[in-house]
Design a protein around this ligand. Structure first.
Ligand code: AMP
Length: 435
């Protein structure tokens, strides 16, 4: 399959070529034609599979023809669970739409209201928003949905997990019934299926690889540890690996993230924290610094790290195991992106027995256990392996180190880090007109 065969607009194709993409990913191959044909979609696709482009490109294609409605509101609305993901979607639209003229803006929580109010009072083509803040503006009558053609629910499962269901439903109910709705989610069952049945019309269902087939380019390793001091010693050892270029180290708490980032920094590692107590500018700075290489290690908590799309993350280290198995999958998905290889290392203390068992059940993989001579655990780990396939064991034979070649997957527009609440005009320098 080629992008040309997907019948995308020439200006989008030009941006794709400039991004260095040679072929559409499987989710793009399946979703783009259906979306271009105007169907509603419910697609299961994990982050890192190219799902953002799968809805951004068809949305941009719509903007290549003029709206038939004479008003100022957005023609495309993308709802995301987090600010980081909103930034990522905005950056993707700017990247793939760089040869088109349109106006894009984002409205997310944690940012000041006045720039967002200014943004919403002006003509807008694409609005990327987190549900809570958008609802807030909506209830104050600041949004005109009369032009809305496409509603995208990105990471819908996460929006439900985060308690946004009522906001999402209220927002959808305020948009025209004629809209096209594109829903992307890691899973399509249970509450997502119920939400889809309320918001989508005869959707085409696209089911990508199952849980256990994902992450095959990520080598997962487990280290049994005795306690916090043992974790620190192991981490210090692992950070000496010359193949470790950029890493995200996950901790269970915000304070833990701050503390560990400070300790690492004091030991001479370019490290920074990333968590929900930081304001959006601080979070953006941390991610930009990781992207540019000013920082090599981000010490993060789950919510803040969601949606981070930084190419070249060679390692994810679970200093503390996540509470849920889904979070484990999201965490390790920060590495091994877009075909690159990555390594995900988890520390498990004796009291993490249940979490580890849940993760291995969920992924249906046994995480191969590794021991570093001189840093062995003193206590014998409990047997945690789940019943079923032991697919992971082959990984422990010969570690595959990710090389720098993964950078080639990142398009040159990937450095964009748009500020939230900022409108952006794409196009040929015409600041006043509206294309
Ligand atoms: P996503 O799943 O949307 O988070 O995308 C993951 C990464 O894949 C992003 O860095 C994209 O720039 C990259 N990407 C998207 N589509 C392609 C493609 N067709 N070929 C290579 N990389 C891609």
């Amino acid at each position: 399959m080629t992008f040309e065969k997907l019948a995308l607009h020439p200006s989008i194709l030009k941006a794709i070529t400039e991004s260095g993409y040679t072929a559409p990913t499987p989710i793009q191959t399946q979703a783009i034609p259906q979306a271009l044909a105007g169907h509603d979609l419910m697609a299961s696709a994990q982050t890192g599979t190219g799902k953002t482009a799968a809805f951004v490109m068809p949305a941009l294609q719509r903007l290549s023809t003029a709206s038939t409605v004479n008003s100022r509101g957005p023609r495309v609305l993308v709802l995301t669970p987090t600010r980081e993901l909103a930034n990522q979607v905005t950056a993707a639209a700017i990247k793939y739409g760089k040869h088109m003229r349109f106006r894009i803006g984002s409205v997310v929580g944690g940012m000041p209201y006045p720039p967002q109010m200014r943004l919403l009072s002006q003509p807008l083509d694409i609005l990327v928003a987190t549900p809570g803040r958008l609802l807030d503006h909506m209830e104050r009558g600041r949004i005109d949905y009369s032009r809305l053609e496409v509603l995208v629910l990105d990471e819908a499962d996460r929006m439900l997990d985060m308690g946004f269901i009522h906001a999402v439903e209220k927002i959808a109910a305020a948009t025209p019934a004629t809209r096209q709705t594109l829903l992307f989610s890691a899973t399509l069952d249970g509450n997502i299926a119920k939400l889809a049945s309320r918001l989508l019309k005869n959707p085409k269902r696209i089911q990508m690889a199952t849980q256990q087939e994902r992450h095959e380019n990520i080598e997962q390793r487990l280290h049994h540890v005795d306690d916090g001091a043992h974790k620190q010693r192991l981490l210090t050892h692992l950070l000496e690996d010359i193949n470790l270029d950029k890493a995200i180290v996950f901790t269970a708490t915000k304070r833990g993230a701050d503390r560990l980032a400070k300790t690492l920094y004091a030991k001479g590692h370019p490290a920074a924290a990333l968590h929900g107590d930081m304001n959006q500018n601080q979070r953006n700075r941390a991610i930009t610094n990781l992207r540019s290489g000013t920082v090599r290690l981000l010490v993060a908590t789950d919510v803040a790290a969601r949606g981070i799309d930084v190419s070249g993350i060679t390692h994810v280290i679970n200093f503390d195991l996540p509470k849920s198995a889904e979070d484990y999958v999201h965490r390790i998905g920060r590495t091994g992106r877009a075909g690159a290889k990555g390594i995900a290392i988890s520390f498990a203390a004796p009291d993490n027995f249940q979490q580890l068992r849940d993760i291995e059940r969920f992924t249906q993989q046994t995480i191969p256990s590794h021991v570093i001579p001189g840093l062995e655990p003193t206590s014998k780990p409990r047997q945690h392996a789940p019943s079923g396939q032991r697919r992971g064991s082959s990984f422990s034979q010969k570690p595959r180190h990710p090389g720098n070649s993964q950078r080639y997957f990142k398009g040159k527009g990937g450095q964009n880090q748009p500020g939230s609440g900022q409108g952006r005009r794409q196009g040929s320098g015409d600041a006043g007109g509206h294309g």
